[in-house]
Structures are given as C-alpha cells and as structure tokens.
Design a binder for this molecule. Structure first.
Ligand code: PTJ
Length: 243
C-alpha cells in the first residue's frame, strides 16, 4: 500500500503497476530495468515536458498526419504504461497499431494484444513474418503493418530495429528519455520525454494542426537540434542539482 502523501507517490504507483504486469508476463523482466534507466534520465529533465520536447511532439503529430500508412509499434512496457492512451492517438492519427516484441513469445503477444483490445485499441491481426533484416525476434512483423508503413512510431525502442527501419527508408519517430541511446541518435525524430506525458500531447496536436502546418513542420525537422537541446537541459538539471 503506497501512501498518497509519499513524495514519490506517482513514481511508486507506476513501478507497482509495472511489477504487477511483469508478474502477469506482459512486461519482460528486462523491461523493468529499461524503466529504471528511463526514470534516471527523467530526473535530469525535471520530470516534465521540456519546450523542445513539446515541439518534437508537435512534429511527431505532423509526421503522422502527413503519412500514407502510419503505424504505432507497441512493446510490453508501452502496453503496460499507456494502453489507455493509445485509442485516442490511434483515432486522431489514423495509425495502425502492431505489437512488436524484443522478448517475443506467443503467450506475451496474446496477453499484450488482449490488454490493448480491452482498452479499445484496434490491433493489427495479420500473420507476422521475419521481414526485417535483424537476427533477433523483432524481425517479425506484418505485411500491411510495420513492413508497409512509411512512418513508424516506436516508443522505448531498441537501436538495432530503429536502424533497420531507417535502412528500409521509413521515417522513424521514437520516444526515449535517453538522448544518448543508439535509438535516439538513429531515429528520424526523437522525443526526449516520458511516454505517458508525450502520447497525450501528440494526440492533441494530431487534432489541432492544419494540413499546411503539418506539411511545414514535417519538412523542417532537424533531429540533432532536439537531441542537443535535451542534452543541454540535462546539463542544466545536473548543475542545478549540484549547486
Ligand atoms: O517488451 P519487449 O520484449 O519488446 O522489451 C521492451 C524493452 C523496453 C525491454 C526493450 O525494448 C529494451 O531493451 O529497450 P532498451 O534498449 O532498454 O531501451 C529503452 C529506452 O527507453 C531506454 O533508453 C530508456 O531510457 C527509455 N525509457 C524507459 N522508460 C521510458 C523511456 N522513455 C520514455 N518513457 C518511459 N517511460
């Protein structure tokens, strides 16, 4: 029982939820360590959406709106943290949702799909094939889903797949609190923000951007600027903490 007056109440609730989903086999044990790493980077940006992250979120909405075939790729952590946020994003962005796992088992695929559907997400139903040039199981995806997508949103991504998708000519948007990760550096657009803060902002921008604004923003994207600003924010956060 976590007391609501605990100074880290929200963070402890999220940890408890992830631990529960890990016990149920939805989050991988490795996913718990990935969450801890994210928390550490979130401290450094003050656990809030920075100005540049908000612009990145607006740009992500623009990319999704301009896409012909946008797809949101969902792993165990994303399902556990944000299943309830995905229906609105799917609605506003017209994106397909496909489950894609690093630690892939049929049982986890089923459980995550069920969790998403229970929240109202329309999950792609096709058969996954080994279609991406990767030696691990993230190579499995669906024709008509990730394989045919022109823009893919891949929160909490693994660097290899990000590079593989870029190599296939796709625009890759990631949400990753670590601006130094291979994923962050190889994505077309990196949102350095916490997943559950970032998704509602993208959803809102998907419904408020005009077509012209979306085309203009999508065309002016410079990922290095977002990464550099996130690093600066973190440096400022660290010096502030040490003062
Ligand atoms: O469910 P599976 O089997 O597909 O496995 C998923 C994990 C997350 C285990 C897998 O994709 C993985 O190993 O990811 P990495 O390489 O640890 O990368 C995850 C990145 O997400 C790290 O850079 C973390 O800092 C970041 N991160 C963790 N939690 C959040 C986050 N970024 C944004 N919001 C978060 N809540």
């Amino acid at each position: 029982m976590i007391p609501p007056d605990h100074p880290r109440y929200r963070s402890l609730l999220v940890r408890e939820r992830l631990a529960r989903y890990a016990a149920e086999g939805i989050v991988s044990l490795e996913g718990l360590t990935a969450h801890g790493r994210g928390e550490a980077f979130d401290y450094l940006i003050g656990e809030k959406t920075t100005e540049s992250a908000l612009i990145a979120e607006k740009t992500a909405a623009a990319l999704l709106l301009c896409a012909k075939n946008p797809v949101i790729s969902v792993n165990g952590n994303t399902a556990a943290l944000a299943a309830n946020l995905l229906p609105a994003l799917q609605e506003n962005s017209r994106a397909k949702v496909e489950v894609n796992l690093f630690h892939r088992t049929d049982e986890r695929m089923r459980k995550i799909t069920r969790l998403l559907r229970d929240q109202g997400v329309r999950v792609e139903e096709g058969t996954a094939e080994r279609l991406l040039p990767l030696s691990h199981d993230r190579a499995f995806c669906q024709r008509g889903g990730i394989f045919d997508a022109d823009v893919v949103l891949v929160p909490l991504e693994d660097g290899d797949r990000c590079q593989a998708l870029r190599g296939m000519g796709k625009t890759v948007i990631t949400i990753d609190l670590n601006p130094l990760s291979r994923t962050a550096r190889s994505a077309s657009l990196t949102i350095v923000d916490e997943l559950t803060r970032a998704l509602p902002n993208i959803t809102t921008y998907c419904s408020s951007l005009t077509r012209d604004e979306a085309v203009m923003l999508a065309g002016s994207l410079e990922n290095e600027w977002f990464l550099a600003d996130a690093r600066e924010e973190m440096k400022r956060g660290l010096s502030h903490a040490l003062d």
